[in-house]
Design a binder for this molecule. Structure first.
Ligand code: FES
Ligand code: ZN
Ligand code: ZN
Length: 308
């Protein structure tokens, strides 16, 4: 297979043709920069927090956001990385070590907040207890606590945007999950910019890798030589989401462009969904225990902490 632009050996075959290493890297980076511009994910005045795990998506987005800012003469000294140590044995330790090294190499300050300090227990310890009373899966507990900590500490450190490494595959999975579970109420809150409107309690989350497939991000990190573990979280195999992911991969293999079509259809509907959510105007109040955002008296994160 040869690159359709320069006839060198190709590293990937995309719908519009095969690309060599250099042309793929340029194509990928331009796609991310176009996404940032098209959806206006970053403003000149933003103080940017990059939510990182040390995985391929978060390292890629951290690297490219910094590159984007440099290219547009946006100051990069305010950019910082924020990671949550969930407390997952034999998994998170290594990714956090890689992350620290990456941040040192790229001159980005890193803050790590841990579930143990924030909630009094690691995910490994907390999840079986919470599961007993609620049947909640580890990923549910993990997700609620992670979003809580990211929002709380991003705000505490003065961020006006949280950049996340969610890619096209992640988003297609969430869109389908919401449909399969009749969770359309949440649909307006996803998309390249999270949330329906700006809010004092929430720092907006933005997704520059929105149009990049998992396969493309994986290849990019390999070609750039980033040190990254491709191991999966030990809990992810248990999830409903994992089955959706398998199904989508099978579909994509058989019918190329399926994932992309899901995203395109969703983006078409998104303005309507956001408009509907704005009209419903659900009130957000302060959690009586921690003061963070809640839609009832006590937020979900504190409710789970209370079960320990
Ligand atoms: Fe949270 Fe796996 S990373 S459950
Ligand atoms: Zn080429
Ligand atoms: Zn709370």
């Amino acid at each position: 297979m040869q690159c359709h632009k320069c006839n060198q050996d190709a590293v990937i075959e995309l719908q519009h043709g095969a690309l060599c290493k250099n042309h793929f890297i340029t194509y990928f980076e331009e796609k991310v920069f176009k996404t940032i511009n098209k959806f206006q994910l970053i403003q000149r005045s933003d103080k940017i927090c990059v939510a990182t795990s040390g995985g391929k998506d978060s390292l890629t987005v951290l690297y490219l956001v910094k590159k984007y800012c440099k290219r547009h003469h946006i100051p990069t000294d305010g950019i910082f990385a924020l990671a949550v140590d969930e407390g997952i044995k034999d998994y998170r330790e290594q990714t956090l070590t890689d992350l620290q090294q990456f941040c040192d190499d790229h001159d980005v300050p890193l803050h790590v907040v841990s579930n143990k300090e924030e909630f009094g227990a690691t995910l490994d310890k907390a999840y079986p207890i919470i599961n007993k009373g609620t049947k909640k899966k580890p990923c549910n507990v993990c997700g609620v606590w992670r979003r809580y900590s990211l929002n709380k500490y991003a705000r505490k450190f003065g961020a006006t945007k949280v950049v996340t490494g969610h890619n096209l595959d992640d988003e297609a999975q969430v869109i389908l999950m919401n449909i399969f579970k009749a969770n359309t109420k949440l649909a307006g809150r996803i998309g390249p910019i999270s949330g329906v409107k700006e809010h004092d309690y929430f720092v907006q989350r933005v997704k520059p890798l929105y149009m990049c497939s998992d396969k493309e991000v994986r290849l990019y990190t390999l070609l750039k030589g980033f040190t990254v573990q491709f191991t999966e979280c030990p809990y992810s195999v248990e999830g409903y989401r994992h089955e959706i992911q398998d199904m989508l991969n099978k579909f994509e293999h058989k019918y190329k462009g399926t994932k992309h079509a899901i995203i395109t259809s969703f983006l078409d509907l998104l303005p309507l969904l956001k408009e509907r959510d704005l009209q419903q105007n659900e009130s957000v109040k302060a959690c009586t225990q921690c003061g963070e955002a809640a839609n009832k008296d006590v937020c979900n994160a504190c409710t789970m902490r209370g079960m320990l």
